[in-house]
Ligand binder design. Structure first.
Ligand code: HEC
Ligand code: HEC
Length: 267
């Protein structure tokens, strides 16, 4: 009661005071801020939260429901002041750097399409073609089926997730896309990913693009590995700029038009 009364009084005496609690990130529209925040994060926060927020001594900050529910200023305050009674320390980094950390932490848990990302998506599309990503991935109904459909990659995945998928394939294998091998009793071996599986039959999307259906009674061996068909060489093969552009292209892939999403989540 008393606190509420005081707050009311404050509001009455200082009506023109800005609502500090709603303050937005001054770097909210700055794609470079995410990159800078990422570097600071790796140095100052990675020891506890993992260099890309995957978690460790501190909680994972990816896909953080809590962060999505907090506004920018609340995240800023958590980082600046820490969380009393826990291992989360405050920091004396300058406010500018803290806001860039907020931009990065936010980017970890928002779909890539909802944040500004660096790079040129048109150039990125050319790299996507040149590297034959479409050999395994479908976008808007065109492409292969050995890897996940990327039509809504930007609408459903964070920028960091997309980056990791390209740079470190297999770090988090999507359900249903692990490498599987079936050996038939008559000596054929087929590699692919499992489309469907029951006690009686196995449906494999073959590496060769064909669909295979086996009766389990015809199989001599069947195994699913913790491994992926996604090639591992892209990190070494692509220049920094090419990778940035490729990620810009992936980030723009949504089943809804990007303009609509922007307008809705307008910053
Ligand atoms: C010594 C370990 C440690 C360091 C260093 C650290 N954190 Fe934390 N952080 C934690 C712990 C533990 C929590 C969970 C606190 C709690 O239980 O509420 C946390 C919580 C958070 C949260 C809130 C998460 C949520 O879901 O609400 C954010 C955001 C965060 N840290 C960001 C950072 C940033 C940015 C830095 C670097 C400036 C940093 N942390 C440095 C340990 C650490
Ligand atoms: C030989 C097949 C193959 C090629 C070529 C390939 N990928 Fe993949 N990709 C996969 C498979 C299989 C997965 C799922 C397993 C995993 O996450 O590693 C995957 C996963 C992904 C994911 C994560 C999708 C999600 O929703 O989890 C992204 C993003 C991706 N690939 C992008 C690319 C890009 C960009 C290229 C080209 C530079 C590419 N892939 C080339 C097979 C391929």
């Amino acid at each position: 009661m008393r606190v509420a009364f005081l707050l009311l009084l404050t509001a009455a005496f200082f009506p023109a005071q800005p609502q500090v609690e709603d303050r937005e990130n001054p770097f909210g529209g700055d794609a470079g801020a995410v990159e800078e925040g990422k570097k600071t994060f790796a140095g100052s926060c990675g020891g506890c939260h993992g260099t890309t927020g995957e978690g460790g001594r501190g909680p994972a900050l990816r896909d953080g429901k809590l962060i999505r529910r907090s506004n920018d200023f609340q995240v800023f305050t958590t980082i600046k002041k820490g969380v009393a009674g826990t291992d989360m320390p405050g920091t004396n980094l300058p406010d500018d750097q803290i806001w860039k950390l907020v931009a990065f932490v936010r980017a970890l848990s928002s779909p890539a399409a909802d944040i500004l990302v660096p790079g040129d998506p048109v150039a990125g599309e050319r790299i996507y073609s040149a590297q034959n990503c479409a050999g395994c991935h479908m976008i808007a109904g065109r492409g292969g089926m050995l890897g996940p459909d990327l039509t809504n990659a930007g609408g459903s995945r964070s920028y960091e997730y997309l980056r990791e998928s390209v740079v470190k394939p297999g770090a988090r294998i999507q359900q249903g896309f692990a490498k599987a091998t079936a050996k038939t009793k008559d000596g054929h071996t087929v590699e692919g990913v499992v489309r469907n599986y029951t006690n009686y039959d196995v449906q494999l999307q073959g590496r060769d693009g064909k669909l295979y259906l086996f009766k389990t009674t015809d199989l001599a061996d069947f195994k699913v590995e913790v491994a992926t068909f996604m090639p591992t060489g892209f990190a070494a093969k692509l220049s920094r700029e090419d990778l940035t552009n490729l990620l810009a292209y992936l980030s723009r892939q949504t089943s809804r038009p990007v303009e609509l999403r922007r307008a809705k989540g307008a910053r």
